[in-house]
Write a protein that binds this ligand. Structure first.
Ligand SMILES: Nc1nc2c(ncn2[C@@H]2O[C@H](COP(=O)(O)OP(=O)(O)OP(=O)(O)O)[C@@H](O)[C@H]2O)c(=O)[nH]1
Ligand SMILES: [Mg+2]
Length: 558
């Protein structure tokens, strides 16, 4: 006999999961009640936050809203910096000196991670291994391309350098350098204090825990990540050093701006000036030794042997030591664009866009750009939010009556009434895994996210822009002999050059967009290296024109 489900079940697909077990003991019941009470507190707080977000978003009605999406380190904040460089020039100039501490910190931490890698060599730690990619196709139009972890003892490292060893002289030299460079630790502490409330350190992997969700099909089938790979990711993280996180540039820059006198000077400022001087002096004092660490050819070979590719790492300033470790250092536009601070949560920025002369109508010039921090957890939220909402065709009212997972619920207002999405897919990631989850190939992760966004019913009317980013790093990798076809079998024996590889990837993204969009719509795909501000300015002009056109069409002005 078929029994109709109670009506609540139709509305609430999670009901089965939250119903208490029939054989619950009294102590289990007490624990459950306590847990539920805690969850309710969190839920209420999130509801309040949503309410506030919604009110804030009400004020943005009519303005053009753009969402930057993509995995961590895909280049979202860098794209935002490009927007601000072009369209918020005055603010940009005012904030310029405030970036000095961030860039100094990037440099100090690169030296720290270089020394850590060299120390691993001294300690005889085994070479880090990567994943065997032979089993997967990162560009496959399915999210099943997660990695087979069963046969992973391939090397991240350059095996042709296996013979490289530190001589007794190298070891002595290194020990002396380590001692003298210990002063950088003090500089790091001072810089972190200076950047203050806006930054914090990611010190463990907890933050990277996946939100368990069966819909996240990009995850490999085995539930828990293989501990060997977490250990590996942790080890890599330890070598690279924890990342600095920014919750909001505004906080960060305003605290730094206070130091620079923009917001008035007081007794505190004197103290800040003295810390700035202290850091400057430490860096100048360490300049020669930092250069030695970076330019020593044996040390460089050890780094490569251990699979550490400093040039491709975020916040790379080791080629600029002389310039940055100088008393008169002032960041250039290029330095700011290349500096790295990881974003957590959603950052909102307003810009005023100029209208091209060829456009006769008067479009909305005030744009709001949302920079969405792209950690794995965020990506998972984005993917599952879109899938879930698309699936049950829910209208985006605030009074959601079903228990959509708490974090996902908090994101919904940001997807409401978005005009355009700029999706960042770093194409250089074809041979990399996510730092936060070593079982997931970076390119495969981008493909999965792209598919989720493109097929979302909620976003059908949104202008979709995709930046196939980090083409410069892709080019460097291919030039260095890394074979694209080794990771993407379908590429076959085509030339291992940047132009055909990018064309191939672009074709995949275009085809996927055509296949998974619910209705036909324009999708703009660009190949970019967003650290190249000149080329990016031209791309942004084209993006601006596309968004204007789409908005005018939507408003039926043209
Ligand atoms: N060489 C190169 N570096 C890039 C490019 N795009 C971004 N980067 C660098 O990559 C790092 C990460 O870029 P972000 O813009 O901070 O990445 P994000 O997407 O905002 O990352 P989350 O804040 O973690 O979500 C920065 O150091 C950038 O300078 C690129 O096209 N080429
Ligand atoms: Mg960011």
């Amino acid at each position: 006999m078929v029994r109709a489900l109670p009506r609540t079940n139709e509305l609430d697909p999670f009901d089965d999961f939250v119903r208490p077990p029939v054989d619950e003991t009294p102590s289990e019941r007490a624990n459950r009640k306590m847990r539920e009470a805690k969850e309710k507190l969190v839920s209420d707080a999130i509801d309040e936050q949503i309410k506030q977000d919604k009110q804030a978003l009400q004020k943005t009605k009519g303005l053009v809203k753009i969402l930057l999406l993509g995995q961590s380190e895909s280049g979202k904040s860098t794209t935002l910096k490009n927007f601000r460089l072009t369209y918020a020039r005055e603010e940009w100039e005012a904030e310029k000196t405030s970036w000095k501490a961030v860039i100094q910190l990037n440099l100090v931490r690169s030296i720290g991670s270089t020394l850590n890698t060299l120390q691993s060599e001294l300690d005889g730690e085994p070479l880090p291994s990567s994943i065997d990619f032979d089993e997967i196709d990162p560009l496959a139009d399915s999210t099943k391309g997660s990695l087979d972890l069963s046969s992973a003892e391939d090397d991240l490292a350059d095996s042709s350098l296996a013979h490289v060893q530190l001589s007794a002289d190298d070891v002595q030299n290194l020990q002396a350098l380590r001692l003298r460079l210990a002063a950088l630790r003090r500089a790091e502490t001072v810089l972190k204090l200076k950047l203050g409330a806006g930054t914090e350190e990611v010190t463990n992997m907890d933050e990277y825990q996946e939100i368990p969700n069966s819909q996240d099909s990009n995850k490999r089938p085995a539930e828990a990540p293989d501990s060997r790979y977490l250990v590996r990711a942790r080890r890599r993280k330890r070598i690279q050093g924890a990342e600095m996180v920014v919750r909001g540039w505004r906080e960060l820059l305003s605290s730094a701006r206070r130091d620079n006198g923009f917001l008035g000077r007081g007794a505190n400022v004197k103290m800040q000036d003295s810390t700035e001087t202290e850091v400057g002096e430490i860096l100048v004092g360490c300049r020669e030794d930092m250069n030695t660490v970076w330019t020593n050819q044996t040390f460089r070979s050890v780094l490569r042997k251990r699979g550490v590719d400093m040039e491709n790492n975020a916040g790379f300033f080791l080629d600029d030591i002389d310039r940055i470790a100088s008393k008169s250092y002032i960041p250039s536009d290029d330095d700011i664009v290349r500096s790295r601070l990881r974003t957590v949560g959603v950052q909102e920025y307003r810009i005023h866009v100029d209208v091209p002369k060829t456009l006769h109508a008067k479009p909305q010039r005030e744009w709001i750009i949302y920079d969405v921090g792209g950690s794995r957890t965020m990506a998972s939220i984005i993917r599952t939010t879109f899938l879930y909402i698309s699936k049950i065709h829910v209208s985006l009212s605030l009074s959601l009556s079903f228990p959509l997972s708490l974090q996902r619920r908090a994101w919904i207002p940001f997807f409401d009434n978005v005009n355009a999405i700029i999706f960042l897919a770093p194409v250089s990631g074809f041979d990399e895994v996510l730092l936060e989850d070593a079982s997931i190939n970076r390119l495969n992760d981008s493909v999965g996210l792209w598919k989720a966004i493109i097929s979302s019913q909620l976003l059908q009317n949104v202008t979709m822009v995709c930046f196939l980013n980090k083409c410069d790093i892709l080019q460097r990798k291919l030039k260095n002999g890394i074979q694209f076809s080794r990771y993407v079998g379908e590429y076959g024996d085509r030339p291992n050059d940047v132009a055909p590889v990018v064309k191939f990837i672009k074709n995949k993204f275009t085809t996927m967009a055509a296949k998974h969009s619910i209705d036909e719509r324009p999708v703009y795909i660009y190949t970019t290296s967003v650290t190249d501000t000149k080329a990016t300015a031209a791309t942004l002009r084209s993006v601006r024109d596309g968004i204007f056109r789409a908005n005018l069409v939507n408003a039926q002005i043209v």
